[in-house]
Write a protein that binds this ligand. Sequence first.
Ligand SMILES: [Zn+2]
Length: 207
Amino acid sequence: MSLRALDPVAMAKASPYYARNHMGKAMCNLCNVVCTDEPHFLAHLEGKRHSSELEGRDRRNAKRKRLEQEEEEFEAAKARAEASKAADRLMASGGARMSLAPHGKPKHTFRTETDPESQTCKVWLEFYFNVVPEDTRPLHRWRSSREVSDEPEDDVVFLIVACEGYESIALKFPKLTRSTEIDSDNGQYSCRWDPLKKVYAIYFVIG
Ligand SMILES: [Zn+2]
């Protein structure tokens, strides 16, 4: 044991709850309790009053955290719902908006990588939108062949990418299992809009 540990003043000062009031008296800044001296302060730290204050503080912190988390989740869910609604509106009016597409079809590039062992295929897509108003952004939706074609093919699905001012793009993919937004946690899916570079990037895995 060090000498410092035997010195009540040093021990008291080492506590994060140690303070001195305007009279120079030792006090606990958590409980607002004024003590006669440092040994008394140390005894207070061991006492019921202090431990119940600590518990109360922990409970309040946990509750605040929980509320903050709930609020965050709520905001995220709201944003997802808004994006989904905006996408549906955009898709629903896709035909009508064709004539309102002064910028034509956006350019796009894609890269794929097939894994022969797992029979899966990674797909990277990039769409370039040079003119996008600040309050809008491109969106994508998966649609069955029946929804987009008069002559539906059973074994394909379409990725529709739409953006205000542009013609929508429909890309055909084989109808296989596909990673989605829902399983984005495992890194198999991502979708990013870079408003500075004006690039909309989508990554997913099929197979
Ligand atoms: Zn205390």
